[in-house]
Design a protein around this ligand. Sequence first.
Ligand SMILES: Cc1cc2nc3c(=O)[nH]c(=O)nc-3n(C[C@H](O)[C@H](O)[C@H](O)COP(=O)(O)OP(=O)(O)OC[C@H]3O[C@@H](n4cnc5c(N)ncnc54)[C@H](O)[C@@H]3O)c2cc1C
Length: 396
Amino acid sequence: MDHRTLQNRRILISGASVAGPALAWWLARHGFRPTVVERAPQLRGGGYAVDFRGAAHLSVLAKMGIKERQTHLSATTYVDEEGRPVASMPAGIFAGEVEILRGDLGRILYEATRDGTEYLFGDSITGLHQDESGVHVTFRRGAPRTFDLVIGADGLHSNVRGLAFGGHRDPVEDLGLYVSIFSVPDRYGLDHEGLLYSVPGRTAAIFSAPGTDEAVAQFFFTAPDGEPVDYDYHDTARQQKILARAFEGVGWHVPDLLGQMPAAADFYFDSVSQVRLDRWSSGRVALIGDAGYAAGPGGNGTGTAVVAAYVLAGELAVARGDHRVAFARYEDQLRRYVARGQKQARGGRDFLAPATAKKIRRRDRFFRMLPYLPVKGLIRYLSTRTATAIRLPEYP
Ligand SMILES: Cc1cc2nc3c(=O)[nH]c(=O)nc-3n(C[C@H](O)[C@H](O)[C@H](O)COP(=O)(O)OP(=O)(O)OC[C@H]3O[C@@H](n4cnc5c(N)ncnc54)[C@H](O)[C@@H]3O)c2cc1C
């Protein structure tokens, strides 16, 4: 493609997790000049497996040459307080076709983009002012600069959304479920497997992190009194207190895992929330991934982010950089797809942290019976249907 006929080539992306670097990859390929600003001082590792399923996700990954580093988990087992298995969730039913540790995916995307992309770590946008000539951006640390377009790929609590979509009703809906994930030394003898222990409203889990000598601890809990938990997403110490309080008195490996929490370099805590906006762009500024339309666990958030990066960059290329045309087409292509993912994710709460002992028993019974039920194909079909519900255009 002839880069001389492209307009709006200088594009600033806020956020270097999944959506940001994936978008940078496609933009650079189409002849744009992406810059990515990330608040963290370096690439943020951590998190557990993110999965991709169905033709849409896999075809974009294949076009990007990403197919390695699968977690290859065998099974996930629910255990009682003594660690005895009570039910098992067979591998390959709920997991996608490609399951990658989130930290690995971030690193793969970063390494694939850093030659054609300017990365600014340890900085954050403080102001956006747009006019016909571009977007004038101020930064917390760096000198002010002007870009042609700005894309917010900065997650659930998006900074860009706050700066450019002001006046909108709060678009974040807290689903009353909280998640924390962090690495611990693997002293649990895990072999490509996961163990989960539930008490009413709370589930703790340990998963193998293949290829490392660590394991991943994961916690889900519902708001104890039904009211949203009051947390500051910058304040790790307070988040750790909230988590410790939520799991106070819970047995199994929980006290040991919580004891290791202060030493974890990749502690992650957040609410499970959805983002709903009437529009995903405002002039020269647009949103992608969780910043614009977070779905929560089970909503294909990572696959959607990668598909969205392909579509947004492709539409900008086809429109020769005309953001008015490209942003509208990007939204048209993805709205229904995103809505289906969000709808699917809303059912996750009862499964991740069942509210009562009876619901825990019902879940365990379901998994015990699953191998004997003729539903495996159906479950796989249903969980893949949402991820494939988009026809992806071919871009030049
Ligand atoms: C540390 C971490 C662990 C996660 N673990 C899991 C997991 O185990 N399983 C799972 O399914 N999903 C996980 N997620 C969420 C998952 O990555 C997303 O749902 C999905 O991949 C969409 O990604 P995203 O790039 O849109 O947003 P996110 O992955 O949320 O990334 C947003 C990025 O923006 C950066 N950022 C935030 N504010 C600013 C700012 N002001 N300026 C610059 N940069 C900013 C953040 O540091 C982050 O790198 C995790 C997210 C994070 C950040």
